[in-house]
Design a protein around this ligand. Structure first.
Ligand SMILES: [Cu+2]
Length: 147
């Protein structure tokens, strides 16, 4: 099976430490202690839970970018593929999000009034350059997407 989708879902395997206290409680009668300890292979990762679809967070995560005072904060962002990016405008003027030619994927938001936001989830690794076309002099951003 190739890892086409869900490549960002194996981060944050923090749940591995919670099962350590379950080692007692056999109550068996026999004396033969020949149970081999499975000191095996999976050092990290392997999150077999999460079969249910968690709508947000947990998988891939999310990143928020703010448009404020005619600038982008933060202007440089690095995320894993599948991470949801949200741009929110805090200014009274109108902004937008327009990916530049040559980006791995195309995206053009609607015009964002104050308090409005746009979202995009990149799936292809690469460097995405974007800008607000209304304020190109000061509003240039870079999104670096890793696989
Ligand atoms: Cu703008």
């Amino acid at each position: 099976m190739s890892l086409i989708s869900a490549s960002g879902s194996r981060t944050l395997a923090l749940a591995g430490l919670s099962g350590l206290a379950l080692l007692t409680g056999c109550g068996s009668s026999g004396g033969s202690g020949s149970s081999s300890t499975p000191a095996a292979s999976t050092p990290a990762a392997s999150t077999p839970a999460a079969a249910t679809s968690t709508p947000a967070a947990a998988s891939g995560g999310a990143v928020a970018i703010t448009y404020k005072d005619y600038s982008i904060d933060p202007a440089q962002v690095t995320v894993k593929a599948g991470t949801k990016i949200t741009w929110t405008s805090k200014d009274a003027t109108v902004h937008n999000v327009v990916f530049k030619d040559g980006d791995p994927e195309k995206f053009t938001s609607k015009d964002l009034k104050q308090g409005q936001s746009a979202t995009f989830t990149p799936t292809k690794p690469g460097v995405y350059k974007y800008l607000c076309t209304f304020h190109a002099a000061s509003m240039q951003g870079t999104l670096t997407v890793t696989g």
